[in-house]
Design a protein around this ligand. Sequence first.
Ligand code: NAD
Ligand code: MG
Length: 394
Amino acid sequence: MSKKRIALLGATGSIGTQALEVVQAYPERFDIQVLTAATNAELLVQQARTFRPRVVVIADESKYLGVKNALRDIPVTVLAGEAALEEVVRDGAIDLVISALVGSAGLRPTVAAIRAGKDIALANKETLVVAGQLVMELVQKHGVNLLPVDSEHSAIFQCMVGEAGATVDKIYLTASGGPFRGKNREYLTSVSCEQALRHPNWVMGAKITIDSATLMNKGLEVIEAKWLFGLQARQIDVVVHPQSIVHSLVQFADGSIKAQLGLPDMKLPIQYALTYPDRVENNFKRFNFVDFPELTFERPDTVAFRNLALAYQAMEAGGNMPCILNAANEVVVAAFLKGNVGFLQMSDIIEETMQRAVHMAAATLDDYMETDRKSREIAVELVTKAKNLYHIAK
Ligand code: NAD
Ligand code: MG
């Protein structure tokens, strides 16, 4: 078996480091060719020493010399800057690109990789939220595999294996509900970012952890699922399942439902995306029914957690509206992490950005980049206003 040659974008993150654990467990299957990071030079250097890629990219150009110096004794090309991400994924010696960066920064390198005919293991859901139609058209055109890493989408994907030709009635995406499940708006007014960062079931990067607390993560995943599986909005339901054992479900035309279950561990969906269509043995902890006498399900509360409703609205509006939603969300999450806006203000600012930004029914890659930039400007302005009010109120 020839080794799968991999470029890992976002190597130093939560998904990136877990992907490297999976790679390390199967040295006969995988070969790391490229590693990239935004700012964490120290970890990137350490990873380069362990995995011996041909190329590393540090997006933060001010860290270039540090990385270059630290790796001068090993044969590795060091590049810097975000533009380099688009270059390195095109290399002829790469079979698969793991897109594990966070935010809309993932769009351009992922598109470049698809255009170069590379298979994609996609963790960066923002790519499909921002430009799902364009990305899926490119996937078709270039005949690449787009393999979901997100646990819910991996679950749906696994349920679909062997069902070619079957009609899907609908899918159910499960949501843990996050740390504030069951809380009302009054409670949410004053929650802190430390509280929001304490996710009950998963340890993840800061941005997705906040998105899980606001239910925006599920909103983004609804849009991600629409594009990955070619579904209409009415075919995608969200159900809150606090134990995070049932990772998602598919209901077929005959009413039969298939689900995928397992302990919450991202290494499993990562491994499946890397080894697909094979299932490969591992030593991950096994699920035991006795530890979970109850698996429960409830309706999401979109009054307290408005982001999920806003995401459905953006999806229905179509065109560049999900891109606007995503850009505004990235801005407010960063502001919330700095303590500059309150939990509930995040939804207000996203909604107002959606009203103020220019809606386009159809968009090119450049349009999406421009929409992303302009929506961020609007959201930043709204954050600045909100920040003053928020600090007065505190
Ligand atoms: P993270 O913040 O832990 O890591 C992000 C990685 O991307 C880091 O390596 C960082 O250096 C790099 N990066 C960030 N901004 C960049 C930029 N502008 N340019 C270049 N590189 C940049 O994030 P994460 O939790 O690993 O999430 C990564 C993606 O996977 C997100 O889209 C997230 O929604 C998705 N995802 C994550 C999980 C999880 O368990 N962490 C689960 C499902 C989906
Ligand atoms: Mg998920």
